[in-house]
Design a binder for this molecule. Structure first.
Ligand code: SF4
Length: 311
């Protein structure tokens, strides 16, 4: 196995193919509304991270019904994940948050995935997720944005949180019995390859359950787009991205599920995205190199919660 693919994990866990359906709720982000900053992360566009969602004005259950109706018919799908994707989904009153999640608990939805910032995961919200997970027989995974384990990089990206915030959020989510997924960008030019490796080591030591890797795309009308247009920012080349991603996998515990290796964004909104190459071709290149060079996830990993060998 080159790496632990999300599709394999889903079949192993739910015994058939599972489809992730985005859900959009009316929340903002403290890094955009002035609580932390008004500028947001330098790469964040006006629509946050989600490009494929219905309006947040449509009730959660209705959004799911519409999308499930469409995807069920098109692909013969039978099981789904409700993915609260956009902005900071725990950035609303706690009881409102509970109501949104409960609307997503419905037949054939096997799991709720909730995306948020590491500094917006109060115990009250963890308790709500834990209660719903236990009482409603649905898995809940908290997706937490980290992107880099270098605090100077996080500051340059205007993330508005530090690595310690991330560590704290993962440890507390685990105490509440929730699974975690870390979002990482493997080709941030301000990061060195050592930062990328350290990222894999930290996630392994923390025993996070899943990782979603992104490539750094540059959207129009963002601070990063402005830097790029003025020649102040140069993305890494594709070869470097591929090498960093493989190194990241090698140092990552083999038990961590890889939700994906590369991000994607609509062409018309981008100044730069994935070297004008389809994401699946790049994934193919990564896999080919790993096979040719006998490289695989966990090859160099030393952390994780497995017992140490005797002696
Ligand atoms: S935390 Fe997410 S939603 Fe908030 S500014 Fe950053 S990328 Fe945008």
């Amino acid at each position: 196995m080159l790496y632990y693919k999300f599709s394999d994990y889903l079949v192993k866990t739910y015994h058939e193919k599972v489809y992730k359906i985005p859900v959009n709720i009316p929340v903002n982000c403290p890094n955009r509304d002035g609580t932390i900053s008004v500028e947001g992360c330098v790469f964040c566009g006006d629509e946050g991270a989600g490009f494929e969602t219905l309006s947040p004005d449509i009730p959660v259950r209705e959004q799911l019904k519409r999308n499930i109706g469409y995807i069920g018919e098109k692909y013969g799908a039978k099981k789904y994940i409700a993915y609260f994707q956009n902005y900071t989904n725990t950035y609303c009153p706690a009881e409102q948050f509970r109501e949104y999640l409960l609307q997503a608990v419905m037949d054939d939805v096997v799991a709720l995935y909730v995306s948020t910032r590491p500094d917006c995961l109060g115990n009250e919200y963890l308790e709500i997720m834990s209660e719903i997970q236990g009482g409603r027989n649905v898995d809940i995974v908290v997706e937490i944005g980290l992107q880099s384990v270098n605090n100077r990089t996080l500051s340059t990206l205007n993330r508005g949180h530090t690595v310690a915030d991330f560590i704290d959020s993962v440890l507390r989510a685990k105490r509440y019995g929730l699974k975690t997924c870390a979002h990482m960008i493997t080709d941030i030019p301000m990061d060195s390859i050592d930062d990328v490796i350290e990222g894999a080591r930290i996630l392994s030591a923390l025993d996070v359950d899943q990782v979603k890797c992104h490539s750094l795309y540059i959207l129009k009308d963002t601070k990063l787009g402005e830097w790029y247009s003025k020649g102040l920012f140069k993305p890494l080349d594709k070869t470097e991205f591929i090498e960093r991603t493989i190194m990241f996998l090698e140092y990552l515990s083999k038990d961590i599920v890889i939700q994906r290796l590369i991000g994607r964004a609509p062409e018309e909104r981008c100044l730069f995205c994935n070297w004008n190459t389809s994401w699946w071709k790049i994934v193919g290149e990564i896999e080919d190199i790993m096979k040719q060079q006998n490289r695989y996830q966990g090859k160099k990993a030393r952390f994780g919660l497995k017992p140490l060998p005797e002696g």
